[in-house]
Each structure stands twice: as structure tokens, then as C-alpha cells.
Design a protein around this ligand. Structure first.
Ligand SMILES: Nc1nc2c(ncn2[C@@H]2O[C@H](COP(=O)(O)OP(=O)(O)OP(=O)(O)O)[C@@H](O)[C@H]2O)c(=O)[nH]1
Ligand SMILES: [Mg+2]
Length: 296
């Protein structure tokens, strides 16, 4: 019988390093939402990539930062447990920001892992001469199998990196059906697409206090997807901001999300958005388990 290989690679790193951008680039399509703001990814998300006959199961994780709120703690703990279970760990660093304290703390936590890789990301945005000192410092911090220099955004260095990562994947039956796919449930993914637009159009702190829930998805007689979502906010003031003057803000969010859904799924869709105040949503267990997070 032919040998098969299958294993997990956790992508971890500070928030905003480009972990989700990298995962999307590896998959050749969007599976994880991306924004210029920090703390975009809230939960662990897996995507399966075949490299030759080896199955690489990538795990995107929430960025690691100093957790303050309950939601923050759940996000960071999801990232750390992904690492514990992984066959390989890929530490992703924003080369523009360099070796920050967060990076140093993270290396301390992961340095005993047997298959440790590091990638300096966003090399499109900095000069090559700035990279060498960072490589030297990283070499002294832990015994990394390899240090990559990549641009997740520009798809630079990624194929090379995939080949190296594939080399450490253990012999194992395929843990998933051997096709490229992700494990995000459709309902959650639809919510994520709307949350991504909220991050895009609404500024300051507000997006961090918002939750999107897909309540119902139906197909009408003409094959149009009818999607009902609620945007949960903490108070009336937030609700006003999300809706905007004459509902303009909400319309912008809804249109962008609908177009994204239509493009990605090749369907016609109608998106019905409702904004609801739920003062305690961040303290409600169900809102965590729905997103694959633990409520502690
Ligand atoms: N110039 C440049 N920008 C990048 C690159 N990769 C990601 N970005 C940008 O960095 C920002 C953050 O990207 P994300 O992929 O959301 O980062 P993340 O690490 O998943 O962030 P969290 O989910 O918050 O932990 C976005 O604005 C991306 O467009 C890159 O290679 N080059
Ligand atoms: Mg992310």
C-alpha cells in the first residue's frame, strides 16, 4: 500500500502579522477574514492543503496579545491549544514591526516544540537589508528548523515554504478527505464575512464589541439565498453607529457582504441584517461555543 502523510501546522503570531492573509493565499481563496485592524480572527480555523500527496492541515489562530476581557482570553487560549496539538508550528512575524516583546514572549512559549518554523512576513514592505539582523536575532532565540522570508499578500516565497513544511508531516492516514477545503461551518463563515465588513467600515473600538450571528438561511423558489443575520451590539449608542445616518452605514456593510457572498459562492443572495442590543453578549457562553471558543 502507498504511504500517506497528514498533519497539523499551527500558524501563530502577534495580531495583525498576516496569518489569515497567508492562509487565504495558501488556499488560493478566502477562508479566513482579514482586516487592517488588530484582533480580527476570533477562533481556530482549519484549512486542508495537499502538497503532492501530503496533506497539510493549517490552523489559523487568533493573534496573541495581552488578554484583558473574557473574549480576549478565550481567543488567546484557542491559539495556544492549537499549538499544543500541532505537528509543526509556524511563527509568523510582521517584519515591519520586527522582534517585539510579544514575539519574544511567544518564542519562549513555543521554543520546545520539535518542529518549529518562523516566517518574516510583509517583506514587500521593507528593504532586504533590514531583514538580516532579524534573522540573526531569531537564530539565537530558538532552534528553528528554517527561517522563511515571505509576502503573504504578494504570494512571494510561499510555495518554497510549503515544500519545506511538507517535509515534516508525519506518516498517517489522511485525517480529512484528501481535497482542499476548510472546516468553517457555512453559517459561521457567512457571519464572518459580515464581521469583516464591519471591521472595514466602522472605526475605533466598536468592532471588538460586536458579534454577528447567522440566524437563518433559506433558498426561495427562484434559487435566491435568503440570509438572516443579527449584529449584536452592547448598547444603544453602538447600535446608532452601526446603523448610521438614514441607515447608510448598515447598507454599506450589507451590500459589501452580499457581493462577497455572491462572488465566492456563485449564487444570488439577499442579506437581511438586524441590529440588536444585548448588553451581556460578551458574558454569554453560547456566543463563545457558536464560534468554536471555550467559555471559561
Ligand atoms: N504589505 C503587506 N501587508 C500584508 C501582508 N500580509 C498581510 N498584510 C496586511 O496585514 C493586515 C493584517 O492581516 P491579517 O491577515 O488580518 O492578520 P492576522 O495575523 O490574521 O491578524 P489577527 O486575526 O488579528 O490576529 C491586513 O491589512 C493585510 O492586508 C504582506 O505580505 N504584505
Ligand atoms: Mg487573522
Amino acid at each position: 500500500m502507498k504511504k500517506t502523510y497528514s498533519g497539523f501546522i499551527a500558524i501563530i503570531g502577534p495580531t495583525n502579522a498576516g496569518k489569515s492573509t497567508l492562509l487565504n493565499q495558501i488556499m488560493g481563496r478566502k477562508v479566513s477574514i482579514v482586516s487592517h485592524k488588530v484582533q480580527t480572527t476570533r477562533t481556530r480555523l482549519r484549512a486542508i492543503k495537499m502538497v503532492g500527496d501530503k496533506q497539510l492541515i493549517f490552523v489559523d489562530t487568533p493573534g496573541v496579545f495581552k488578554p484583558a476581557r473574557r473574549l480576549d482570553r478565550a481567543m488567546v487560549s484557542a491559539a495556544m491549544s492549537a499549538m499544543d496539538e500541532a505537528d509543526a508550528v509556524l511563527l509568523l512575524i510582521d517584519a515591519q514591526k520586527g522582534i517585539t516583546q510579544t514575539v519574544r514572549d511567544l518564542v519562549e512559549k513555543i521554543k520546545d516544540h520539535s518542529n518549529l518554523f518562523v516566517a518574516l512576513n510583509k517583506v514587500d514592505a521593507i528593504s532586504k537589508t533590514d531583514l538580516l539582523p532579524m534573522v540573526a536575532r531569531l537564530t539565537n532565540m530558538a532552534s528553528f528548523n528554517e527561517i522563511f522570508m515571505i509576502s503573504a499578500l504578494k504570494n512571494d516565497g510561499i510555495n518554497q515554504m510549503l515544500k519545506s513544511l511538507a517535509n515534516v508531516i508525519p506518516e498517517s492516514p489522511y485525517l480529512f478527505d484528501a481535497t482542499d477545503a476548510s472546516d468553517v461551518p457555512d453559517m459561521l463563515y457567512l457571519s464572518e464575512l459580515t464581521r469583516e465588513k464591519i471591521y472595514k467600515y466602522i472605526h475605533q473600538e466598536l468592532p471588538y464589541h460586536i458579534n454577528v450571528v447567522t440566524e437563518k438561511v433559506e433558498t426561495d423558489n427562484e434559487g435566491v439565498l435568503e440570509i438572516y443575520q443579527k449584529i449584536v451590539v452592547k448598547n444603544q449608542a453602538h447600535k446608532k453607529i452601526v446603523i448610521g445616518r438614514n441607515g447608510e452605514q448598515l447598507k454599506k456593510i450589507g451590500t459589501a457582504a452580499r457581493l462577497d457572498i455572491q462572488n465566492q459562492w456563485g449564487v444570488n443572495a439577499r442579506l437581511h441584517l438586524f441590529v440588536r442590543v444585548e448588553e451581556n453578549w460578551e458574558e454569554t457562553a453560547e456566543n463563545y461555543t457558536d464560534q468554536g471558543l471555550e467559555f471559561k
